[in-house]
Ligand binder design. Structure first.
Ligand SMILES: [Zn+2]
Ligand SMILES: [Zn+2]
Length: 136
């Protein structure tokens, strides 16, 4: 499932996973098959007709890869055209609420929990003391 939360909050593993899945879904939908072809794939069907939004999410993922200093960010070998502009981009309904997605990530035993916590139902990037408490 492609997540809807901002790439900054994802640990390295989840950032890579999201990128990989996004390309899988994008190349599937680029075939131009009718929506019925994906009736058993809610994770894909949700993006049917929303390729510009998928390209936009890809843009933000690559931006985050670049921010982390990854060479696959600055030298991206799998570009998706058109993601750099917000014009005309409409996002599909999420499969899970943002809060549920954040809770799911914190449950995975990965480093996401070193990046953010949930405060009053929204993600908050850990800083200083909070971060120290998590890494100990
Ligand atoms: Zn890519
Ligand atoms: Zn993670």
């Amino acid at each position: 499932m492609i997540l809807d939360i901002r790439p900054r909050l994802l640990c390295d593993k989840h950032l890579m996973d999201d990128h990989r899945q996004l390309h899988r879904v994008y190349s599937e939908l680029a075939k131009g098959l009718p929506i019925e072809a994906y009736k058993h794939r809610p994770d894909i069907i949700r993006w049917h007709g929303y390729l510009p939004a998928l390209a936009r999410r890809h843009y933000f993922i690559v931006e985050e890869m670049t921010r982390r200093g990854w060479s696959c960010g600055t030298n991206h070998r799998t570009p998706i055209a058109g993601g750099d502009s917000p014009v005309g981009v409409v996002y599909p309904e999420p499969l899970m609420s943002e809060l549920a997605q954040l809770e799911y990530l914190l449950d995975q035993g990965c480093r996401c929990k070193r990046i953010f916590c949930i405060e009053n139902g929204v993600a908050k990037i850990l800083t200083g003391k909070q971060y120290q408490q998590v890494v100990q």
